[in-house]
Design a protein around this ligand. Sequence first.
Ligand SMILES: Nc1ncnc2c1ncn2[C@@H]1O[C@H](COP(=O)(O)OP(=O)(O)OP(=O)(O)O)[C@@H](O)[C@H]1O
Ligand SMILES: [Mg+2]
Length: 259
Amino acid sequence: MTLEIDRLTITIGGRRVVDDLSLELPAGRRLGLIGESGSGKSLTTLAVLGLLPAGAEATGSIRLDGRELVGLPDRELARLRGRVVGTVFQDPRTSLDPVMTVGRQISEPLRLHEGLSRREARARAVEAAAEVGLPEPEQIVDRWPHQLSGGQRQRVVIATALITRPALLLADEPTTALDVTTQAEVLALFGRLVDERGAALLFVTHDLAVLSRVADDALVLSHGRVVERGPVARLLQAPEHPVTRGLVEATRATTWRAS
Ligand SMILES: Nc1ncnc2c1ncn2[C@@H]1O[C@H](COP(=O)(O)OP(=O)(O)OP(=O)(O)O)[C@@H](O)[C@H]1O
Ligand SMILES: [Mg+2]
């Protein structure tokens, strides 16, 4: 599935928070989105399924395999969400329903879109929970979100996004709350979805070490504008724009201090 964004502009209260952004993400490719805090990364990913906050307005074009999504009724967009488009958004607290067990939550997209029975759905949820490294998957599916740690809740969100094997995965800082080992496992899962199933992955991160593992190409955003784009290896080794250079240097400084 190919995602094409053409001249996307997002305005909030008269302010252009995303300005004339274009990108193409073909099936089987992994595109990173980096940039300082507030540069428009989250709003760009939210715009794809029309999930912008109240008061935000989007113009331009967002197409999935040629089908225009901007202006599509909510009902149609909801049909894509969870089935063809998996989402892991930045704040996991807003992504989980507090009155739904972990297992129900994980398998909800299957029940909605594939009409699985309760038993089948539960079995698939256990499997998915194990895949994202949740402890005691058989038991954890019967627990409630508030009984889980932040990192465990984040893994529930990731399991929910992956369970239908979506053709497009939108992931906004999905592994930030996870320890290094779990992070590596989750990144490997994303990689398999792309390599084995030909999914397209849009991945937002502020962590350039993560970026180099998870993405082929990347866009660098600054104040809502794309200031640089290219293969990740080139961006990291020979950044051209001052903003990209700043991000790379900041990463080096942190690594140096930590070692
Ligand atoms: N609900 C909102 N109401 C008003 N302004 C908003 C809202 N959400 C985002 N913005 C503004 O839009 C701009 C882009 O926000 P966005 O969340 O896309 O940034 P980001 O690149 O994801 O940052 P971070 O790395 O901190 O997650 C910011 O200047 C922010 O203040
Ligand atoms: Mg963000």
